[in-house]
Design a protein around this ligand. Structure first.
Ligand code: LRH
Ligand code: MN
Ligand code: MN
Length: 388
């Protein structure tokens, strides 16, 4: 059994992973949205479920909201409700992908009235951030085109910059914009923010309070994501992660499920670049649990991140550096793989218990009766879900 040094333990104790409110609602694919018993009917119930993840893992101190999915009349009241349950309200996600007006664009739209409406939505999100105490406004844009020649890609970049500048000007204090990229979907020929380079160019032109958001599911298959992590940290522009895993496209599966080794490689570069427990780099999940139970799905996810973080922390940096500078290819690879193959689960279970947390959070949640309770209580009303 590997042991976790006191240094590693204190690093792990500081780790916090933000949960997405939408992971607790119903979700599915474009073919069907599945319903699940006990699904939250409003933002408060989503926050209550998220608080359970934190209660059993000590790893999830905040919840991200999506506007308008989580629209309420009184955000200050929502904030105190969350804080009473031991969690904070985190990133506010804007949403310009479900409004008829935005069929041909939002922040890039040619029509000034529509572009102004999209900018106003983001300003409203910042008003919400003022009330919730949130630092980050996360912008993901479902904009682009389906056919070559359909639109003037260059003019759209200029309009995007102008729109972002207007939004950026409204930020106060510590608030930030994080701009998320994605190379496809819902547009299939071109996307206005397809890659980290475009996101970087757009945010660098805004200023220090604008950063890049890296969603692990938003790259072409085979992309070396850890290289991008390294580069953005090097440039001081990695603002946040949306963690999930994927086999084919933007699958939004449990982080570390499809490719645990990739998660290890990413976390190694995060540590190498000073991004772990660095307030500039927010760790978030962006997942949907279409067929599995949602609260345990989120518990499994944060535990996966913790496990791979622990393995990456175990890597012998001196031995790796020595092998690297000697061009000892196989030696360097052996050091790297030794850390990856170390089973940290028994050590983490022991350490959790020593901190008053359950050794096995999945089993402890299952035994708690919470799931049965919400299934019997949450009847009637509209179940909240992706797009609801
Ligand atoms: C887009 C995305 C973005 C949205 C979320 C629901 O694919 O990753 O972060 O806000 O999904
Ligand atoms: Mn995302
Ligand atoms: Mn996505």
């Amino acid at each position: 059994m590997s042991t976790l040094s006191p240094d590693i333990q204190s690093t792990l104790a500081q780790q916090g992973i933000e949960l997405p409110s939408w992971a607790f609602g119903n979700s599915g694919t474009r073919f069907r949205v599945w319903t699940t018993e006990g699904t939250p009917r409003d933002p408060r119930e989503k926050i209550a479920d998220a608080a359970q993840v934190n209660k059993f893992t000590g790893l999830a101190p905040s919840v991200a909201l999506h506007i308008p999915w989580d629209k309420v009349d009184d955000y200050a009241a929502l904030r105190s409700y969350a804080e009473d349950l031991g969690v904070k309200l985190g990133t506010i996600n804007s949403n310009t992908f479900q409004d008829e007006d935005y069929k041909f664009g939002a922040l890039t739209h040619e029509n000034e009235a529509i572009r102004r409406k999209a900018i106003a939505h983001h300003l409203e999100c910042i008003d919400i951030m003022d009330a919730t105490g949130s630092r980050d406004l996360k912008i993901w844009l479902a904009e682009g085109s389906n056919y070559p020649g359909q639109t003037d890609m260059r003019a759209r970049q200029d309009r995007l910059q102008d729109s972002l500048q207007q939004i950026y000007a409204r930020l106060t204090g510590e608030q930030r914009i994080v701009l998320e990229y994605k190379f496809f979907e819902p547009s299939f020929y071109h996307t206005d923010v397809p890659d980290w380079g475009t996101s970087y160019v757009q945010v660098a032109a805004l200023g220090e309070q604008a950063m890049v958001c890296l969603d692990t599911g938003h790259h072409a298959p085979g992309t070396n994501i850890e290289f991008i992590v390294m580069q953005l940290l090097r440039l001081g522009k990695l603002g946040s992660f949306d963690f999930n895993s994927r086999f084919y496209a933007d699958d939004d599966l449990i982080v570390g499920a499809a490719d645990p080794f990739q998660l290890f490689r990413i976390l190694y570069e995060v540590i190498r670049g000073g991004g772990l427990n660095n307030p500039d780099v927010a760790f978030m999940l962006d997942q949907c649990h279409n067929i599995e139970a949602k609260i345990p799905g989120q518990i499994r996810s944060v535990l996966n991140v913790q496990e791979m973080t622990a393995r990456a922390l175990l890597l012998d940096h001196d031995a790796l550096a020595a092998a690297q500078s000697a061009n000892d290819v196989l030696g360097a690879q052996a050091v790297f793989m030794d850390a990856f193959y170390t089973d940290v689960r028994p050590a983490l279970a022991e350490w959790r218990e020593s901190r008053g947390l359950p050794a096995d959070p999945m089993a402890a949640f299952a035994a708690s009766g919470y799931q049965e309770k919400i299934e019997s209580e949450r009847v009637g009303g509209t179940q909240a879900g992706w797009g609801a």
